[in-house]
Design a protein around this ligand. Structure first.
Ligand code: NAP
Length: 294
């Protein structure tokens, strides 16, 4: 492997330690403990694991969690009533509604009910829109894109003036990340399932981000030698040798691409742990802001 490994696991551990210290300072100086409310709807096992991991990470840095689990059959009005009560709760500084939601629920309406100052996941559509307006500051950037930016900046990889190509245009990863790279003065191209001549576009990237959910989709011939490659994808592939019968791989063919990229994130241990660290940081910032406003 020739590329530098962008180690998200160890960077996230450093950031979690910084947050733990800041949480203790907030408690000492203002008597405030940051609080995150999690809302888990239905019985999606992956969502349950994500929420459990986020709550555990919160507790390790001293952030209090308020857990709400609702059945898949819950009505839209009951979810909205819960979000409104959390919005008014003085000890809840951040609200996280775990996606995806059961199909009968209107995710946009529910996410829009989270007040911007408690939208620590950054999924309120207004928050997303503000990311795209030059000169405006979104209260909170979504955690996965923010984790990608942090991986670049804390590894001294410059963004300004560079050609960035983002594979994927979802509202939770690809689109906000493209807007955040643009705000940092990269020249940005967004690719999606209808992009023609995809490899010729990706080969122009100085910074290539893959967020499409297709195992090992990005091969070496799609990458310019020396490019920085950020792999957001998390995909299960069968592996009879693994105790669980599967293992996790990214959207990038790591073995091939790490031979020609200048830097690359691994999966697991790259963007994933950074996402959780950014959620903790957003919750801390929410508590700091709300304690100053009180
Ligand atoms: P998503 O909502 O399914 O969006 C996938 C995007 O990829 C869509 O914009 C789609 O294009 C595009 N796409 C699909 N096939 C493509 C192809 N062959 N060529 C080019 N573009 C293609 O997925 P997501 O929620 O953004 O997640 C993407 C990946 O990131 C998944 O593996 C997910 O598990 C992972 N993820 C990781 C983290 C983390 O913390 N590391 C967090 C969130 C998500 P269209 O718009 O044209 O359909």
């Amino acid at each position: 492997m020739k590329a530098r490994l962008l180690d998200g696991a160890s960077l996230a551990a450093t950031i979690r330690a910084e947050i733990k210290q800041a949480v203790a300072e907030l408690q000492q100086t203002r008597g405030v403990t940051p609080g995150l409310a999690t809302v888990l709807i239905g019985d999606n096992p992956a969502s349950a694991i994500y929420v459990r991991n986020k709550r555990k990470a919160c507790e390790e840095v001293g952030i209090r969690t308020f857990s709400h689990e609702l059945p898949a059959s819950v009505s839209q009005s009951d979810v909205l009533a819960l979000v409104e009560s959390l919005a008014a709760h003085p000890e809840v500084h951040g609200i996280l509604v775990q996606l995806p939601l059961p199909p009968h629920l209107d995710a946009d309406r529910i996410l829009s009910a989270i007040p911007l100052h408690k939208d620590v996941d950054g999924f309120n559509p207004v928050n997303l829109g503000l990311l795209g307006v030059k000169g405006k500051q979104a209260p909170f950037a979504p955690c996965t894109p923010q984790g990608c930016i942090e991986l670049l900046t804390r590894n001294n990889i410059s963004i300004c003036g560079r050609r960035a190509v983002v594979l994927g245009r979802s509202a939770v990863v690809g689109l906000p990340l493209a807007l955040m790279l643009l705000a940092r003065d990269a020249t940005v191209t967004i690719c999606h399932s209808r992009t023609a001549n995809l490899a010729s576009v990706t080969r122009e990237a100085d910074i290539l981000v893959a967020a499409i959910g297709k195992p090992r989709f990005v091969t070496a011939d799609m990458v310019r030698p020396g490019a920085v490659v950020i792999d957001v994808g998390i995909n299960r592939v069968e592996d009879p040798k693994h105790p669980k019968g599967y293992r996790l791989v990214g959207d990038v063919d790591f073995d091939e691409v790490s031979e020609i990229a200048s830097a690359i994130t691994p999966v697991p241990g790259g963007v994933g742990p950074m996402t959780v660290a950014m959620l903790l940081r957003n919750t801390l910032i929410a508590a700091q802001r709300q304690s100053q406003a009180a």
